[in-house]
Structure formats: C-alpha cells, structure tokens
Design a protein. Sequence first.
Length: 645
Amino acid sequence: MMIEAGPGNYPDRTLPQLLEDRAGMTADAVAYRIKDRGLWKPTTWSEYRDQVEHFALGLVDRGMEPGSTVAILGDNWPHHLVADLAAQALGGSGVVLFPESTSDEVAYVLAHAECRVVVVRDQEQADKVLDVIDELPDVGFIVYCDGRGMQRYRSQRVLSFDKMIDAGRARAAANPGEYQNFVDEGRSHDPAMIMYTSGTTGRPKGAMMSHHNVVAAIVNFFAVEPLQFGDERLVFLPLAWAGERYFSTAGHLLVGYRLNFAESPETLRADIREIGPQQLVGAPRMWEDFLSSFELRMGEATRLKRAIYRWGMDVGQSLVDFDLAGEALPLRLRLKRKVAEFLVYRPVRDQLGLLRATRVYSGGGALGQEVAKYFLSLGVPIKQMYGQTEAGITTTHWDKIKPETMGQPIPGVEVVINENNEIAHRGPSVFLGYLKNPDATEEVLRDGLLLSGDEGFLDDDGHLVVVDRSKNVATLMSGDRFSPTFVENKAKFSRFIREAVCFGHERPFPVLLVNIDGDVVGRWAEKNRVGYTTYTDLSQKPQIIDLIREEIVRINDSLPERLRVGRFVILHKEFDADDEEITRTKKIRRNLVEQRYSFILDALYAGEDSIEVEAKVTYRDGRSSVITTRLNLMDASKEAVVSHG
C-alpha cells in the first residue's frame, strides 16, 4: 500500500503532507510500537498524525516561530520523529545529534544550526544541553521525553513532552484548521532536514536536505529494494545517520511498514530476535560484532556443538565459492546444504533474529569481504549500501552477488568516475548545500555532479568498487599503491581485533595499530589461564601478542607479498570518540590518529622493540589511575608465532 511513486515520478509533497495522506489511507493500522517494561505498545497512524499536530501547535503556543530549527538528542524514540515532523510542518527543519555527543559537540551544532528548541530523551541528554545553555542564546527551551530524574529542574525553559502535547491539543481545539494551514503552505523543495557529516577531517558540516531530496532517495531505492505495507522494521541505527532517518521518515510514510523502538540499547539484540524484521540496516561494526559475539558463544559451547558448527561453516564456505563463481552445485554439496541448513544455518539465523529478513544491508563504511562471506554462508546476503550524507543511498542492488562491490546504482542515479578516479554522481537526492558554507558547497558540487572524495571504479558488470577515500590511498616507497582500509577490514574480520588502523604512505611497508576486543580476548585469556588486571595489562601479555600475530600472519597470507603488514602494535587503549580519535559513526579520524601516535609509528619503522607511553587504566573494581606502561612493537612474521591451537 505504497503512496504512488516511482523513479522520475516523485510525489510533490512534503513529509508532513505525506503523513496526512498515510493517516487518511490507513488510519487504524499500527504506525509504530514501543517496547515498555517488556511489552510492545502500538500507536496507530491517526494517533501518530495527531501527536505531530499537537506537538507542532505546542511549539507555536510556546512562542516558537514557524521556520525555526528543532534539535533532537538521545537514543531512538518515536517522540524524536514526532518532533522532526512537527518542525517540518511549521516550515522548519529538524537536526538529529548522536546520543553519544559531548556537551561541546552539542553546543557547536545547536549554535551553528541556530536551533530554537532541543528535544532530549532523558536527564543525561538534558544535562549536556544545560551545561552549555549560557552559550546558546538562540535556544528557547528544552523538551524532555523521559521524566525520570527531571523533577529537580525548576527552570521555565525545561518542559515535558506530554505537557507540550497537552498545550497543542488545547490550541488545536481553540483554533481549528491552524495546523492544516501550516502544513498546506509547505513546498517539496523547502529544506526539511539538516544532517551533519561525521567530521573525519574537521568540524561537521550541516547538509541541507529538502523534502524532495529525501523522498526521491527512498522512492529510487524502493524501486529495486522494496518493502511492503505491514513489514516490520527495528529502528536500529541512530537517527542521526542519514539512511536510518530516511527509512524511518520518508520510507515509513510512503510504504506504511511498522517501526519498532527497543526499550534500551541493551535490549536491541533480543528485540531483533523477538520482532524478526523483514529489513535490517546496520553499520559494518555491527555485523562484525554479531560475528564476534556468536563465534565467542560457540567457543564456549560443547565440543559436539562446536564440531557441528564448524562443519556447517565449512560447507557454507564451499557453497559461497560455487555461488560467486556462478557454478552449479554438485549433488553431494546440495545434500550437505540441506543438512547444514537444518543443523546450523537456520538455528544461527534464528539466534540473530534474521529468520524473516529478506532485506539486510550494511552502510556507513566498507564491510570486509570475509564478514560478508560469513553471513552469505549462513544464507544471509548482506548488501552493501553506498552513499553520502549529502545525497542518501546511491548504490546497493544486485543482479549477481559480488561481496567485494557496493552493488549497482539505483534507478534515478547516475554514477560517474572522473579523470582522477573519484566517484561522483547526480540525481534528485543531491542536497541543497551546506548550511552557512557556500565555499564547501562549491567544492563538492561541480557541473551538476556531487563529488564523493572516494576513489573507485565501475567493474564490467556495472558494480561500484570503492577503493578508499582518495586522501587515504597510500603509496609505498616502492611505488606500490594500496588501500589501508582494505587491510583494516581484513584485520577486523578476526573476532579478537576490534579496530585496526593501517599506515604506510611513503614508507617501506604497511604497519598496523591494533585495538583488541577486550571482551573476546578477555574471555580467551581466562579460558587459557592468562591473568590480567586491566585492558592495558591484557593488551601487552605475551600470549595475547602471539595470538594477534597469528591473526595478522593469516591476513598477510591473503595479500600480495609487497603489500603485507611488516610490523604492528597493540595499543594500550581503545580508540575513543571522546578523545576525537573516531567519529560518532565509528569512523577513524585517520589524520589525528597518525599525528597523535606518530612517535609509535616512527618507533615501528625504526625497528625498536618497545616504547613507553602514559595510559589511563580502569581496574575491575572501578578504580582508575594514570600509569606509565611499555608497548611491545612486533614483527608480523610466521617465524615468531607460537601456535595456541
């Protein structure tokens, strides 16, 4: 029951106008569900539409001028979508921030976007705004959704979401037709959303998207990757991520599928299994975590279960090899697949909540081929989505499975590879420009093309292959060019490695800075009777160093000899967004990491065995202190490996 649309035939409607259409078509159908105290509580489309009207009029009643910008901060919650649509209904825009944002990051976005109102999920997020409220003269008031802990706030600038709804309901009764007049005045090419880039190289930029941009992006995507009315979606990724916001607003309104909101981030995994969504969108880190956590569970299973699982995965790898080669399966392998489906693949998909999933995607970065092949062997073909904050999704659909690519361009989008091998594209989803930054807009919009900053090419099947960010592609002293991201993704396939950053530009060979997965490696250490006190202590244990070296040797075996990792170090700490080493979307700020750890890189290339660093450590009892520790700088050679079985 999709509102009539198709590539080149985009509804000339704003998102609030589409909400009016949807509520009129399917008023009593469930629009979304919230999990509260273990129970799923439904809200119908007519109720959803009324919430948006009442919140919008509540904003007007509190003195917010139409056309203003509303900020939204906190873990995913339907109130955030209500606030987003309410701002748009009043001719303004919504800005969603990542829930992990610090007060300084919040202050920058609120000031840059001149936000008049901030809607927060709870007390934790309210405190971030209140910490910097004196620096934000544009902010009129804060609206909180969860009232726990908010009773002590006496300020007239802090209001509850429910009171805003009540005020708007009273205004609607006293002024019939006021809201509808606001909605009717909207135009599809008006700004609807300001979405901030991840800021890997500097301050995030605010990409202004019109209603038409957002609707066109989803219409083009659903032309080849459709969902149906009544399908289930879990609002999984943060709404600050463009893809999630598109699916949860424009896609939701156009198709009418149900949105589901988990009770908390801690219940997400269980909720996926309970809902059994038809579509699931995750970032590469999520799929890597799924793989690591399941491998960890299997490592603790009985010997028989481990043997059956390993047998099934070996069969799955053979199936994948035949599929990718386009060859017919021999009879013996077809029979093995049936047995493995019953014993391994279906139970694993059930545990992951993917039994009903027909549309499974990875976006926000490159997914390692090994991870993609792992899920493919389970019967879960993860399609990579390629796009930009500035234009939504550009490619994803397949005519045949090719895990090393980003798929083919979706209808309505033209992908162009320019003379510098840079990926560019044009289409109706390309943004209006950067807020208050015409120079940056001119740098990326040229002759109707949006430049991506990524290097890549289209293969013989028309699939997009992304090599790396253009500025990241490295050249060794030998003249050999390589993609650090490609090496990093191979490293992160290991369940023991949480993050890896590869360097080697104008150096003799690549090196790796590694973060171990503290939970997985910690359990391995306990199982193998390796005592430790902190993450820092664990990272430098000889047994752990040998364990990681085995993984890097495995990676090197799959790389051309001239591009193999020569040396590595396990860092004493995890890369941290609060330390500005990674973005809120989990992307490495490569330049900052290279600068901050340049002394370690220099020592690696100098052939040194170890180096002293200062480390802040947290003990198991919660105590923390700053200590001086010694990092071991290691060769990635087979000869140095001690096998651990």
